[in-house]
Design a protein around this ligand. Structure first.
Ligand SMILES: Cc1ncc(COP(=O)(O)O)c(C=O)c1O
Length: 351
């Protein structure tokens, strides 16, 4: 298509580049996109298999009602406080559609999830990033920004850092409009901010079943907020944004509390051990409240080079060629075998 047909606002637009997804079954050690180290729960797989039948001829529930009910039960809220998205990514776009007009600012501390920027531009709103300092704390200017929509990723990606409740409460209290706390990784963090929902009518908690739910391939995200905000999100969703199999998977995953709890326990334990092993190799390892580690290789070993040499060995981690995180890379917590392969390769690369 000639570029001239593209609307002027999108000329020179740089889309979000997801982490590399090599074809299945090629034996890569894939530690780059923060997927779960375990398969989906057997109950979820069973439910999805059972749902592959003639009913796929019919459209799904437009509100993904069974999934909404199960997620509400899981979170201890009413279904009116839950919105569903085709992944958390669609909910991010829905927030921009619902709460930021063309030409209005959308703010976030930077570095953070790189998807916010292109989604905001796509909707002709204005990105308003606020640079974090050396220790990746939230700058004052973020709280002072009068944007009608703000994103605060907590725990943050790619840094893995976590802001305590007082910081999130201040962000909600001082926001002129909606504050979206992106809690994609919250199950690996000390606590979620559900406690703030009752007192803050402008707060949205954004979650996903891609991480602790081991369902990245099904694309299921959900948001928690007071009913009025949820109605605004539902206004701008696609008609049937979760397909029938996703609705079934979401409901089954929400109900399988034990499997999720065991998976999270494994990740926290493996995260501690991998962090220790990387520190012993000379890496700087940021404290993590997520299912990944953000690490800086020892002096004399640029992160871009270590990333490339791991990739030659078919080991994928995530490196961003952007300041101020160019010197770091992100490693998803994987299986013990994947960690062994990673550590052996790093030993070789650094020697
Ligand atoms: C910070 C953050 N928010 C939201 C998401 C959205 O996840 P999904 O679209 O898989 O639900 C991700 C995915 O990696 C993420 O890292």
């Amino acid at each position: 298509m000639p570029a001239s047909f593209l609307k002027p606002a999108l000329r020179g637009f740089e889309p979000y580049m997801p982490g590399e997804q090599p074809p299945d079954g090629e034996g890569w050690v894939k530690l780059n996109t923060n997927e779960a180290p375990w398969p989906p729960s057997p109950r979820v797989l069973e439910a999805v298999r059972a749902a592959v039948d003639d009913s796929l001829r019919l459209y799904p529930s437009p509100t993904a009602a069974p999934a909404r009910a199960a997620l509400a039960r899981m979170c201890g809220v009413e279904p009116e406080m839950v919105a569903l998205g085709n992944g958390g990514d669609e909910l991010i776009a829905m927030c921009v559609r619902a709460f930021a007009g063309a030409g209005e600012r959308v703010a976030w501390p930077w570095p953070t999830y790189p998807l916010y920027d292109p989604v905001v531009r796509m909707h002709e709103a204005l990105p308003s990033p606020h640079a974090m300092d050396e220790g990746f704390s939230i700058p004052r200017s973020f709280f002072e920004d009068e944007a009608p929509l703000k994103f605060l990723c907590n725990p943050n990606s790619p840094t893995g850092t976590w802001q305590p409740g007082a910081v999130v409460a201040e962000a909600a209290r001082t926001a002129r409009g909606v504050l979206v706390v992106d809690e994609a990784y919250v199950d690996f963090a000390p606590e979620s901010r559900e406690d703030l929902l009752a007192a803050h009518a402008n707060l949205v908690l954004l979650r996903t079943l891609s991480k602790s739910g081991a369902l990245a391939g099904m694309r299921i995200g959900y948001a928690l907020a007071q009913p009025e905000v949820i109605q605004s999100l539902d206004l701008v969703k696609d008609s049937y944004n979760l397909d029938r199999l996703a609705v079934v998977a979401a409901a089954a995953a929400a109900d399988d509390v034990m499997y999720r709890r065991d998976l999270v326990e494994y990740v926290l334990d493996a995260r501690g051990r991998l962090g220790g092993d990387l520190a012993a190799l000379g890496f700087e390892v940021l404290p993590s409240a997520t299912n990944f580690l953000f690490v800086r290789p020892p002096p004399g070993h640029p992160a871009a080079e270590v990333y490339a040499r791991l990739r030659e060995r078919r080991i994928l981690v995530r490196h961003y060629h952007r300041e101020p995180i160019d010197g770091w890379f992100r490693i998803t917590i994987g299986t013990p075998e994947q960690h062994q392969a990673l550590l052996a390769a790093l030993q070789e690369i650094l020697s």
